[in-house]
Ligand binder design. Structure first.
Ligand SMILES: NC(=O)c1ccc[n+]([C@@H]2O[C@H](COP(=O)([O-])OP(=O)(O)OC[C@H]3O[C@@H](n4cnc5c(N)ncnc54)[C@H](O)[C@@H]3O)[C@@H](O)[C@H]2O)c1
Length: 440
């Protein structure tokens, strides 16, 4: 199958590379010439484990290529995926669909034969109808099926997620379009990944409902963590105790500094706007978005409080900046709010991140970036573990304690047992867990 991917970001590049690995013939298009040049030179524009090898193998096999020329990419394609960004629209939180519609217009002008036009971008209910309208208007003679195929991959585990998905959601009620989609995903179907065919509008909503549900689960355990601190319980035990219930499940029950990233914050907001416009408000999701927003900055206050209430002129070291490990994505990362809160209180922030510094640098003013966690923590009045990268899971805590100005270790991911932190000579503060050592 000849496939064209419009947008070669986190989703487009991973999806395109994986489709080519299944044996399809894939052209990835992006209007960002820098990205395409980098890819043509074998350089990955994003950090995603395993991606460089996957791309190299399929380019070498002649199944994967890159271009900025959308018309050339679309000519002759049987399936054209739209995987461009849908960020929050500035000012009102609706999904900004300008990239989707611009790409649609360009596709319509370039269509040469019958093709499925598939939205993989996360788009509000009804966007497929508008994509279809634009194509009909711009290219009335073209045979095009507009399908919704939302993507559920997680950055950091994107290839594995794409190749072994829990489900593939396909929004189309047209038998010809369904046949094309079956053919595209046939290699996965043999792996027994369920193909779920729904109406286009249901498929569009499934993506938002899934993200809102996961954001709710995270926010729920975060609020329970606060309650644990207030009443002397341990959120690790509570999460395990409820997660073993199969109706609840253990995933997404890790208390932390709040969800971030390129999806949950903007998708919950966009869903709220859809619900508001439809006159069917989602009050639970409204609360989730509000609680999560407040939480990120509250984490800064937590650090300040642990440091005795005053951090003016003090060095605070943040370990891990990206919104989660194994990605360089800094979009809406909790670290951004934490840094702001600390700087507002007069702290001098130093930071270390294994992959995120290039993206973090323009977003974080006056932060000193360190080469490793030990350089970051040297002379610090507090070390704050923000993102649980593997390289930050086995720190030499004694070494850190030996060169800090004040031995305060704030673990916002509950990675380290309090006993180990105390044994290293550090004062421990975690999330949703009272300091048992301090109590005895
Ligand atoms: N990142 C994730 O983990 C994830 C997961 C599931 C779904 N999604 C959704 O997938 C979509 C893409 O997300 P992303 O993180 O890959 O975004 P991204 O910003 O990393 O990539 C989007 C790319 O599209 C390109 N682009 C924009 N307009 C274009 C046009 N007209 N022609 C060609 N290229 C164009 C941009 O230059 C950019 O490289 C979003 O709707 C997002 O919500 C993302």
């Amino acid at each position: 199958m000849r496939i064209t991917m419009i947008g070669t970001g986190y989703v487009g590049l991973v999806s395109g590379a994986c489709f080519s690995d299944f044996g399809h013939d894939v052209t990835c298009v992006d209007k960002d010439a820098g990205k395409i040049t980098a890819l043509e030179n074998g350089k990955m524009p994003i950090f995603e484990p395993g991606l460089a090898d996957l791309v190299e193998r399929n380019v070498a096999g002649g199944r994967l290529r890159f271009t900025t020329d959308l018309a050339a990419g679309v000519a002759g394609a049987e399936a054209i995926f739209i995987a461009v960004g849908t960020p929050s629209r500035r000012g009102d939180g609706h999904a900004d669909l300008s990239h989707v519609f611009a790409a649609t217009r360009e596709i319509a002008a370039a269509l040469t034969g019958p093709a499925a036009v598939i939205t993989k971008s996360t788009v509000p209910v009804g966007t497929g109808d508008e994509v279809e309208r634009i194509i009909r208007e711009a290219a009335p003679a073209a045979k095009a099926w507009v399908v919704s195929n939302p993507e559920f991959l997680r950055e950091g585990a994107a290839i594995e997620d794409f190749k072994r998905p829990d489900r593939i959601v396909l929004g189309t009620e047209d038998p010809d379009a369904a046949e094309i989609m079956r053919e595209i995903y046939r290699p996965l179907y043999l792996n027994r990944a369920p193909l779920l065919f729904t109406s286009r509008r249901s498929a569009e909503l499934i993506k938002y409902a899934a993200n809102a549900f996961l954001a709710t689960k995270i926010t729920f355990i975060n609020e329970i963590a606060d309650l644990c601190e207030a009443v002397g319980s341990d959120v690790q035990d509570v999460a395990r105790g409820i997660g073993l219930d199969q109706r609840i499940g253990p995933k997404f029950l890790h208390a932390g500094p709040g969800y971030g990233g390129s999806c949950f914050p903007k998708d919950t907001l966009a869903l709220l706007k859809t619900a508001e416009d439809a006159g069917s408000p989602l009050r639970i999701v409204e609360a989730v978005a509000k609680v999560n927003d407040a939480r990120k900055r509250a984490m800064g206050r937590k650090v300040i409080q642990a440091a005795g209430g005053d951090v003016r002129g003090k060095k605070i070291a943040l370990l891990g900046l990206t919104f989660k490990p194994n990605t360089d994505d800094m979009r809406d990362a909790p670290s951004l709010s934490i840094v702001q809160a600390l700087q507002d209180a007069g702290a001098i922030v130093h930071a270390y991140d294994p992959e995120g510094v290039e993206q973090a640098r323009p977003m974080l003013r006056d932060v000193v970036f360190a080469e490793d966690p030990y350089a970051a923590s040297d002379g610090a009045h507090a070390v704050v573990l923000v993102t649980e990268w593997d390289v930050l899971r086995a720190l030499d805590l004694k070494r850190i304690a030996s060169h800090m100005a004040d031995p305060l270790f704030v673990d916002l991911r509950n990675v380290y047992p309090p006993e180990d932190v105390a044994e290293a000579g550090l004062h421990w503060v975690g999330i949703g867990r009272t300091n048992r050592l301090a109590r005895t």
